[in-house]
Design a protein around this ligand. Structure first.
Ligand SMILES: NC(=O)c1ccc[n+]([C@@H]2O[C@H](COP(=O)([O-])OP(=O)(O)OC[C@H]3O[C@@H](n4cnc5c(N)ncnc54)[C@H](O)[C@@H]3O)[C@@H](O)[C@H]2O)c1
Length: 258
């Protein structure tokens, strides 16, 4: 099948659920060979099986993004299974516990949040750049950041990790541009996934309340976020790097005076 990622080899972290699952299926529909990586192996085994059942190519690997060697192993799985790496999609992320305020965040939770949301993205970039260098240049990195990395929205501790990521996108883009490597992020607003205990998935009232905060009047579907990531991963975005792209129903545009 010809598609936007025809024959491209992609590693997607957090591929067992939400955006990572949606992106795995969408990228595969567009011809990508997908290494579905997640800390929860059984979830990505299902993702990979779904892709293969639809006629695509995919392998599943257990990967904890807080461990650099584990991320290296996911990239090695791409090389072993499909011969190379074209796109690294650093998507895995977590948030603080529901209802846990800024002042109530214990050090342990702070460490874990930063280890996954910031350290995990850095590991993904390092592993990918190492492999891209071995391949002789080029390559593409996409990250799921958040609208909370662009404007104040939601928990401040979580927002601080996503602010770090949007900053990383700009600074690292400049550092690796000379190698022909592109790096961009998608910055979604609220999505009904398992994120944050799955509050938006589980409650219509919470979903409607949150939808009303978005100018377009609805929450973001994981596939809509994955579609923006697909664009950034594809050659359609061949001269785009260092960009943090909102997928937020207009939220980052500001507030209307009324
Ligand atoms: N859902 C939202 O409202 C929302 C909003 C903005 C940004 N985001 C971001 O979107 C991304 C995807 O989240 P989602 O909404 O799909 O959530 P999700 O909970 O549905 O999926 C996250 C996946 O990441 C995996 N994961 C968690 N820790 C990991 C680790 N250490 N190593 C590897 N995998 C790990 C989980 O097992 C899960 O499969 C995250 O980066 C999140 O911060 C989510």
């Amino acid at each position: 099948m010809n598609g936007l990622l025809h024959e491209k080899v992609v590693v997607i972290t957090g591929a067992g659920s939400g955006v990572g699952l949606a992106a795995s299926l969408l990228f595969a529909e567009h011809g990508a060979k997908v290494v579905a990586a997640d800390i929860d192996l059984s979830s990505v085994e299902q993702t990979a099986a779904q892709i293969r059942a639809a006629g695509g190519e995919s392998v599943a690997v257990r990967c904890d993004v807080t461990d650099g060697q584990s991320v290296d192993a996911a990239v090695a799985a791409a090389v072993e299974s499909f011969g190379r790496l074209d796109v690294m999609y650093n998507n895995a992320g977590i948030t603080t516990k529901p209802g846990q305020g800024f002042m109530e965040t214990p050090d342990k939770d702070l460490e874990v949040l930063n280890a996954v949301n910031v350290g995990g993205v850095i590991h993904g970039c390092q592993s990918a750049i190492r492999q891209f260098d071995l391949q002789g240049g080029g390559g593409c990195i996409v990250i799921t950041a958040s609208v909370a990395g662009l404007i104040g929205f939601g928990g401040a501790v979580y927002g601080s990790t996503k602010g770090a990521v949007t900053s990383l996108v700009r600074t690292l883009a400049l550092e690796i541009a000379g190698k022909g490597i592109r790096i961009n992020s998608v910055c979604p607003a609220a999505m009904p996934t398992n994120f944050g205990g799955g509050v938006l998935k589980g409650s219509d009232a919470a979903r409607q309340h949150t939808a009303s905060m978005h100018p377009l009047g609805r929450v973001i579907e994981p596939r809509e976020c994955a579609s923006a990531a697909l664009f950034l991963a594809s050659d359609l975005a061949s001269n785009i790097t260092g960009v943090n792209l909102p997928v937020d129903g207009g939220m980052a545009a500001g507030k209307q005076l009324r």
